[in-house]
Design a protein around this ligand. Structure first.
Ligand code: NAP
Ligand code: GLV
Length: 329
């Protein structure tokens, strides 16, 4: 069987695939659409990254052999899952491999914004710092502030634990309740997003991007937040209406934002660059050696298991399993 890997991954896990299957790894960085459509022809498995759109056209080009799309990421909004399901193709992701790393990054962004770390760093480097001043870059104490987690899944839960460890009160809004967070962090469930928006000092977005969460935070929601509140987004850029966020930050309707993800990551909105109360990172929340290796290992294992007819750990479209193409091998 043939496997196409769209980019070189961390570690040597892909070698495990090569022991059993014919494997082609795209040698460059991001693969062009044209090359992707060319390289997937006739393959049994695609190991993709979140930067590639794996839609009906790709599945069609791959043809009847395609049995699994193993996305090396937790988010799978780049994969047309409904189309894969319709065709009997298994879709997998890499949950849990990176939850702690992303949560740590969310908290790092929160501290960086609240303690004005980036501004301070620039100030010292530019030679402006000439000695201690009582009112220089005064920020906010994190302890006793209210952390509002939106989307209490794997990453949300870790973010809540870390925030609780810093002495924050945890509240959350999610589709389902988390018994663990309610027990471990005395987390308080809010039935309505609006309730959370009004009460939280820091809001961490940890929902997946889907039809319901796209544009979930816009002007209306930002206006509900405290003027002193901070928004952290490590989920997906499109969960926030970026232009409206920029407008609200400019007007001082909220105190700041920490963003790891953007609406258009190939051309980040330059309106964000002019704002001192915003900290930006280039979609690196999961970028730790530990997480990258676990992600690669899991993405590879998902293919090995699926092609061997065993249910993979990161199965996204569970409903496809009993009628998956792989069972016809
Ligand atoms: P997860 O375990 O599936 O958690 C997502 C949570 O959001 C779940 O509790 C889910 O509820 C809830 N949710 C879904 N739709 C909702 C809605 N419309 N309203 C309220 N809550 C909703 O996923 P995760 O592993 O924590 O990852 C979350 C997201 O983080 C990923 O999808 C990805 O986009 C992003 N991410 C970003 C990075 C980065 O590098 N910046 C890295 C990894 C992941 P249910 O429990 O009911 O499903
Ligand atoms: C990264 O953004 C992921 O979804 O894994």
């Amino acid at each position: 069987m043939k496997v196409f890997v769209t980019q070189k991954l961390a570690g040597d896990f892909v070698d495990r695939l090569a022991e059993k299957y014919e494997v082609v790894v795209w040698p460059g960085r991001e693969i062009s659409r044209k090359d992707l459509l060319r390289k997937v022809r006739g393959v049994d498995a695609i190991l993709s990254l979140l930067t590639e759109r794996i839609d009906a056209e790709v599945m069609e080009k791959a043809g009847e052999n395609l049995k699994i799309i193993s996305n090396c990421a937790v988010g799978f909004d780049n994969v047309e899952v409904s189309e894969a399901t319709r065709r009997g193709i298994v879709v997998t992701n890499t949950p849990a491999a990176l939850s702690e790393s992303v949560a740590e990054h969310a908290i790092a962004l929160m501290l960086t914004v609240m303690r004005r770390i980036v501004e301070g760093d620039k100030y010292v480097r530019s030679g402006k710092f000439k000695g201690w001043e009582p009112d220089l870059m005064v920020g906010m104490t994190v302890r006793r502030k209210v952390l509002g987690v939106v989307g209490m899944g794997r990453i949300g839960e870790w973010t809540a634990r870390l925030g609780y460890g810093l002495g924050m009160k945890v509240i959350y809004y999610s589709r389902s309740r988390s018994v663990d967070v309610e027990k471990e962090c005395k987390g308080e469930y809010k039935e309505k997003l609006d309730e959370l928006l009004k009460e939280a000092d820091v809001i961490s977005l940890n929902v997946p991007l889907n039809k319901e969460t796209e544009g979930m935070i816009g002007k209306r929601e930002l206006m509900m937040m405290k003027k002193t509140a901070v928004l952290i987004n490590t989920a997906r850029g499109a969960v926030v209406k970026e232009n409206e966020l920029i407008e609200m930050l400019k007007e001082g309707r909220i105190a700041g934002a920490g963003l790891d993800v953007f609406e258009d990551e190939s051309r980040v909105n330059t309106g964000l660059f002019k704002l001192d109360n915003v900290v930006l990172t280039p979609h690196i929340a999961s970028a730790t050696n530990e997480a990258r290796e676990l992600m690669a290992e899991m993405a590879v294992n998902n293919i090995l298991r699926t092609l061997a007819g065993e249910e993979p750990e990161g199965l996204v479209n569970e409903e496809v399993w009993c009628r998956a193409r792989v069972h016809k091998c």
